[in-house]
Ligand binder design. Structure first.
Ligand SMILES: Cc1cc2nc3c(=O)[nH]c(=O)nc-3n(C[C@H](O)[C@H](O)[C@H](O)COP(=O)(O)OP(=O)(O)OC[C@H]3O[C@@H](n4cnc5c(N)ncnc54)[C@H](O)[C@@H]3O)c2cc1C
Length: 480
C-alpha cells in the first residue's frame, strides 16, 4: 500500500504538512504533480490564462521540486491532464490508500477538489486537505471564515490580538518511494502553450532553492529587511522589496518560514517598523484568502464583492490593447506595463497605478485588467490578484470610497527623476529629468523641439494638474 502526496501550489519540501503527515503513515510515498491543460487555455480576451513567463517559472519550480525529492531518496511523478481523472487512475494502478494535499481558496480549484474527493470516495480512498499557504491557520482565527471582517484593519487587529502563528513542520530528510514507478517527463513550453516555441529567460528563477536563497540574500547577506518600510514603494530594481511573492504564489516558500526568519532577524539583527511591516503585508495576503473563501465567486464578477450593479464599465478593446501593450501615452503607465510584459513582475506601486488608470481613467472593465495580470504575473495568486483588483475598482472591501490615483502626482512623487520610466521606455531616455512625466501635457512645439517620438495620450492628462476632485465611478452600496 502507498500514499500519494499531490503537490499543487505548494511546491516545496520545507514546512509541508501533507508531506509530513504522509511520512507518518510509514507507507511508501508517491509525490505527484499534474499540469492541468485548462490552466493554459486561451481566454475569451485572446491570451492564455497562464502566459509564457509564468509557465516557464512553473516549469522551473516543478523541476526544482523533483530535484529536492530526489535528494530525499524519492522522486516526483509528473503527468499532464485533469487531476480529478488522473489521480483516481493512479490510485487504482498503484494501490494507494490515501491522498494528502493542500487546501484551496477559490472556486475553480474547489470544484476540482470536490470532484476528486467524490471519485476517490468511490474507491474508498480518503483525500486529506491541509492549509499550507497562509501565515495563520484558519482554526486559530478569532472568527469563522464566514465572519471575516470586511475591513482589513479590523481583521488585523483581531488576529494580532488573538492568534498565534503555528510552528513550521519539520519534514524528515529522507523518505521511501516504491520501485518501478514511471515517473514521467517534465512537459515543454510548446506542449503546454502550442503557440510558443521558445523558453524565455527569467529574472527570477522558479523553485524552492531560489526562494530560500532570496530570503538568505534579502535578510541576511544584504541586510535589507531593516529598511523595507522605507524602500517598499520604489519601483526599480531587485532590492526595494522582498520579491517573495513570486515564490509564495507557487508555495516554493512557506509564509510561516518567512515569519520564523523575521523573528530570528529581530533577535539577531534589528527589530523595527520595517521588520513588522513585512508581516503586516503577509497579513494582507492571508486576508485576501479568507475574503475569497467568504465571498466565493463574487471576487471574479464585475459587480465584485460589494455586488454593485450600477457601474457602466466600458468594453473598449482599443483602450485595453493600448494599456496591455504599454502604449497609452502616459509614461508611468507604459513603463510599468512594459516591465510586466518583459519580466512578469511589477511593483506594488506600479500595480496600483496601472490598475487605477485602466479602471478610473479609461473606465475599462476591471475584470479584463485582472485577467491580463493573471496571464502575465509570475506571482499570480488567485486571491491576491482578484482581491486587489476588486479593491482598486471600488467593488471590493476598501473602506475609503472612490479611491483615485492621480497618475501625474504619483509619477512625480515616486519617480521624480524619471529614472524608472527611462529604464523601460528607451524612446524617452534622452529627455531631461523634469520633462519625462510631462510628455503627455507638453505642446506640439515642445514635442518637436525635444524630438519626442511617443504615442499621444489616450486621455487629457491636463486634468491631473487641476485642483478639482476627479469624477469617477461611485462605489457606495454596502456589502450584503
Ligand atoms: C491590482 C493588483 C494586483 C495584485 N496581484 C497580486 C498577485 O496576483 N499576487 C500577489 O502575490 N500579489 C499581488 N498584488 C499585491 C502586491 O502588489 C504584491 O504582492 C507585491 O508587489 C509583491 O512584491 P514583493 O514580494 O516584493 O512584496 P513585498 O512588499 O516584499 O511584500 C511581502 C509580501 O507581502 C504580500 N503582499 C504585499 N502587498 C500585498 C497586497 N497588496 N496584497 C496581498 N499580498 C501582499 C506578498 O505576499 C509579498 O510577497 C497585487 C496588487 C495589486 C494592486
Amino acid at each position: 500500500m502507498h500514499t500519494i502526496v499531490w503537490f499543487t501550489n505548494d511546491l516545496r519540501v520545507h514546512d509541508h504538512e501533507p508531506l509530513y503527515r504522509a511520512t507518518l503513515t510509514k507507507m511508501p510515498l508517491i509525490p505527484v504533480y499534474i499540469f492541468d491543460p485548462r490552466q493554459f487555455e486561451t481566454q475569451v480576451l485572446g491570451f492564455p490564462k497562464t502566459g509564457v513567463l509564468r509557465t516557464q517559472f512553473l516549469l522551473e519550480a516543478v523541476a526544482d521540486l523533483r530535484k529536492q525529492l530526489q535528494n530525499s531518496g524519492s522522486n516526483l511523478l509528473i503527468r499532464v491532464g485533469k487531476p480529478e481523472e488522473i489521480l483516481p487512475q493512479l490510485v487504482k494502478e498503484l494501490s494507494v490508500k490515501g491522498v494528502f494535499t493542500s487546501e484551496v481558496y477559490a472556486s475553480e480549484e474547489a470544484n476540482i477538489a470536490q470532484k476528486l474527493s467524490n471519485a476517490l470516495a468511490q474507491e474508498k480512498v480518503a483525500c486529506k486537505f491541509f492549509h499550507t499557504a497562509t501565515l495563520f491557520h484558519p482554526d486559530d482565527l478569532p472568527f469563522n471564515i464566514a465572519q471575516t471582517p470586511d475591513v482589513f484593519t479590523t481583521f488585523r487587529h483581531q488576529v494580532e490580538k488573538a492568534s498565534k502563528v503555528r510552528k513550521t513542520y519539520v519534514v524528515p530528510p529522507t523518505f521511501r518511494s516504491p520501485e518501478g514507478v514511471i515517473w514521467g517527463e517534465l512537459p515543454t513550453i510548446a506542449e503546454l502553450l502550442p503557440n510558443e516555441k521558445s523558453s524565455p529567460t527569467l529574472l527570477y528563477k522558479g523553485g524552492e532553492s531560489a526562494a530560500l536563497e532570496r530570503l538568505q540574500v534579502y535578510f541576511w547577506e544584504k541586510d535589507l529587511l531593516k529598511v523595507y518600510k522605507e524602500t517598499r514603494n520604489e519601483m526599480l530594481g531587485l532590492d526595494y522589496s522582498s520579491k517573495f511573492s513570486v515564490w509564495l504564489a507557487l508555495g516554493c516558500i512557506s509564509p510561516r518560514y518567512i515569519y520564523e526568519q523575521v523573528l530570528a532577524y529581530e533577535f539577531r539583527r534589528t527589530k523595527n517598523e520595517s521588520t513588522y511591516w513585512l508581516i503586516f503585508e503577509l497579513l494582507w495576503r492571508d486576508y485576501f484568502k479568507w475574503v475569497s473563501l467568504k465571498y466565493g465567486n463574487r471576487i471574479f464578477q464585475e459587480k465584485g464583492i460589494k455586488q454593485l450593479p450600477q457601474i457602466p464599465w466600458k468594453k473598449n478593446h482599443a483602450f485595453f490593447e493600448k494599456w496591455k501593450n504599454g502604449e497609452t501615452g502616459i509614461p508611468l503607465i507604459d513603463a510599468n506595463m512594459q516591465e510586466l510584459w518583459q519580466t512578469g513582475f511589477m511593483s506594488n506601486r506600479g500595480r496600483q497605478n496601472v490598475a487605477s488608470f485602466l479602471v478610473k481613467d479609461l473606465l475599462v472593465n476591471w475584470t479584463w485588467g485582472a485577467a491580463w495580470f493573471e496571464s502575465q504575473l509570475l506571482d499570480y495568486d488567485v486571491c491576491s490578484n482578484w482581491g486587489n483588483w476588486n479593491y482598486v475598482a471600488g467593488v471590493g472591501n476598501d473602506p475609503r470610497e472612490n479611491r483615485y490615483f492621480n497618475i501625474y502626482t504619483q509619477a512625480k512623487r515616486y519617480d521624480s527623476q524619471g529614472i524608472y520610466v527611462k529604464n523601460w521606455l528607451p524612446d524617452l531616455a534622452h529627455l531631461p529629468a523634469d520633462k519625462v512625466h510631462d510628455v503627455p501635457i507638453l505642446s506640439d512645439a515642445e514635442w518637436h523641439r525635444l524630438g519626442i517620438h511617443y504615442p499621444k495620450p489616450l486621455i487629457n492628462a491636463r486634468k491631473w494638474l487641476s485642483k478639482e476632485p476627479f469624477k469617477t465611478h461611485k462605489a457606495s452600496k454596502p456589502f450584503k
